[in-house]
Write a protein that binds this ligand. Structure first.
Ligand SMILES: Cc1cc2nc3c(=O)[nH]c(=O)nc-3n(C[C@H](O)[C@H](O)[C@H](O)COP(=O)(O)OP(=O)(O)OC[C@H]3O[C@@H](n4cnc5c(N)ncnc54)[C@H](O)[C@@H]3O)c2cc1C
Length: 234
């Protein structure tokens, strides 16, 4: 029975989804893999998502990071043997990709002024989209990550400028104090800047709690990108 549903999903995906053809695959430090694709024109804007068809009924969500009339790029954080990591790891030039989108996610068209960007490796695509296609470059950025050296190098290669704060993740969340303090500092320094907050669910909650505790209420655009206890958030 499951097989029949998977076959129906494969057929629907072939018929209904946007087609892309991979034109470049670039491994960046920080376990990021940039996928460049040729595709038909779309009305792309920063903060949107695409849902990539992995197989059967499995979709995974990414942020268009850069685009032109006939191309779009994604930045995928590869994290071991997950469906998205295997998919991204198996791509090469000429491979076909099926995607749903662009679809709305964070509506950054409402963003007044230069933002503070906060997130992790999964947020680098959004930071790149904003840097290339947004109205005003970010005034500050704060990221948690597995390796500050590597993520810093990736941000440099992508020409996103140096992040103000890069905090090394630790397995028992001992790093959250330094991370949340970095965000509180950035908000104090730029009180009028909107906050764009994406990444891991628990980190987002901790940051929001600390901001509230510090009596800071920046205009916020928030979206959970992943959660250790869940799969395939969209
Ligand atoms: C709107 C939106 C936009 C997104 N944009 C991007 C993007 O541009 N680039 C990007 O890389 N991701 C992005 N994500 C996050 C991505 O969709 C998730 O990380 C997704 O779970 C990856 O699928 P997977 O097959 O690797 O893991 P899943 O099968 O979903 O999960 C398997 C396990 O891996 C864990 N896991 C998932 N992601 C990570 C991670 N990053 N680090 C550590 N553990 C993880 C899960 O919690 C779970 O325990 C976005 C998510 C949303 C909702």
């Amino acid at each position: 029975m499951v097989q029949i549903f998977d076959q129906m999903a494969e057929t629907a995906a072939r018929l209904l989804l946007r087609q892309g053809t991979v034109t470049g695959v670039t491994d960046l430090p920080g376990q990021l893999r940039q996928i460049d694709m040729e595709t038909s024109p779309g009305s792309w804007s920063p903060g949107q998502k695409v849902q990539v068809h992995i197989s059967g009924r499995v979709l995974r969500t990414f942020t268009p990071s850069r685009w032109t009339e006939r191309s779009v790029s994604l930045l995928v954080h590869t994290v071991g043997s997950t469906p998205a990591s295997r998919w991204a790891g198996g791509l090469s030039v000429g491979a076909g990709v099926r995607m749903l989108g662009p679809r709305p996610s964070l509506d950054l068209s409402r963003l007044a002024g230069a933002p503070i960007m906060v997130g992790d490796e999964t947020s680098v695509g959004l930071a790149a989209a904003w840097s290339s296609h947004g109205n005003a470059p970010a005034v500050a950025s704060v990221f948690e990550c597995d390796s500050p050296e590597e993520l810093g190098a990736a941000l440099g290669i992508l020409q996103l400028g140096a992040a103000d704060v890069l905090v090394k993740r630790d397995s028992v969340d001992g790093h959250l104090d330094a991370l949340t303090e970095g965000v509180v500092e950035a908000v104090r320094r730029h009180p009028d800047a909107p906050l764009v907050l994406t990444g891991r669910s628990q980190t987002i909650s901790a940051i929001r709690r600390h901001l509230k505790g510090a009596n800071l209420r920046p205009t916020s655009f928030v979206k959970t990108y992943w959660d250790p206890n869940r799969t395939g958030l969209d």
